[in-house]
Design a protein around this ligand. Sequence first.
Ligand SMILES: [Zn+2]
Length: 584
Amino acid sequence: MGLKQSFRAAQSWSLGFAFLLFLGSVAQVAAAQTASINIKVDQVGYLPDAPKVAFIAGVGSPARSFSVKRTQDNSVAFEGKLSTAAHDANTGDDVQAADFSGLREPGHYYIDVPGVGRSWNFHIGPNVYERAYKLAMLGFYGQRCGTAVDLGPEFPGYKHPACHLKGEFHSSSGKSGERDNIGGWHDAGDYGRYVVNSGISTGSLLWAWELYGSKLQNIKLHIPESGNRTPDILNEARWNLEWMLKMQDEDGGVWHKQTSTHFSEFVMPEADKLPSEVIGTGSAPYKSTCATADLAAVAAIAARVYKPFDAEFAAKNLDAARKAWLWAEKNPNVTFKNPPGISTGEYGDNNCTDERVWAAAELWRTTGEAAYNDFFLKNYAEFQAKVDSVPAEGWREVGSMGLWTYALANREGADASAVAAIRKSSVEVAKRIAQRTEADPYHVSLVAKDYVWGSNGVAASYGLQLLVANAFSPDAAFVNAAQDNLHYLLGRNTFSLSWVTQLGEHPYRHPHHRPSGADKNEEPWPGLLSGGPNAGRQDAVLAALPKDTPPAKVYADDQGSYASNEIAINWQAALVFLLAGSLR
Ligand SMILES: [Zn+2]
């Protein structure tokens, strides 16, 4: 992800921030002539049977009433009263709610508030999130490394020739010479590939399949493998999984990352000629425990998920997972720090126990073998309390994934009291999050401390957590709160901005993403989630914002703001999970 614990050197841009804002406002006018950013809606839309709320903020004197009008003929479909204003400390906004849950008729609409204006257009319908899901998955396809990419007729011009076709060992890996390590996804706005972040990202996609496969199996993504009788979400996840497997050494250990020594300029991937190097810890055993345990977890999921479609690939994954597990057992806490001369993302993590708990739980879920169960039961309790806080960086804290998969497994031989305890705490936490979300003036689960690097990923991760709790104990409040976080990401926020590129009438347009910055297309590559507001302000663009800017407003739609506007596969994966769970 963008964070990776080593800040990027500031880049110099040909366009100033003010000019970018000007371009943004031109596009906004072109998209919908009179839309007011003071009205905040999910620009994709709402499910017919779900709660439907828009928010009004930034108006001088409170408005009183609103109507929902049909886009087609401006006829009134619903009328209602606005709530009294509630002050939201995270944005500084006084927020009024427009509740139109009573409107269930599928169609295209906008909200009209006398004295304020009209909203962006949105949709009500049972399939309202299908295109968003497809775009978010296409976002992964666009990140593919080691192959030519072409997003097809819907996005002409969004393509590039094969990139990074040669891998080699860096001296820190303990080996030398060339290494056949092509493939995987570019991690974020840069062209590095990192096993640790690949772990949570690929794992979340495979979980989306395990929980929502019946809804996903027939959705075609128009990727090269489409039509091969394997569901496309699994085809896409496999692209990265194959690369992760190549990062495993013969002894079972897994090298931490494959990147150049430093970040490339803002060029297209095929124009990045910096050597792509397999990077290790710099001394024996060279591989790192967190990366190795993450591979064990993900490959263990793959062993069960791919079995019906490709038994041989499934078996290969199980073998890799077992070998990785044994290596991590022998080397329980080999941590990673950038070796001398390397300045790409570090993804440093000083504790790999949570990764091993996740690996043990997934291996046990797949095999039912006692050794994995024993390790899990000896170590899981430490992570029970952590279910209560969504980690700011999901790639670093994966203990909850371990606990949830153990409780979701429904496997004979499970420790009944452990399962009961995990379910109970997960459901209790989800209840608290759902209550807090409903009470929040913007109906988002984020609290002040959550506006960190990748806060949009934190919002999506709250969604994942709520949906997992819903799998334990179905509760409409959990599903509604999960969708509230989706609404936030798709435009129902203080900026009235959809944080997914090319989605909705008013999406952000200047991601910190090399292909979007370097190509000739006017719009960025589609389907990519922005990192979001970040009160940490670790880049010059954010640092220049007024000191008293509230945390949820520390954001700039500016390519230079890597700390608030970078894309990354880990928060992209949480978005996919949330969208998959919102399909009907
Ligand atoms: Zn590449």
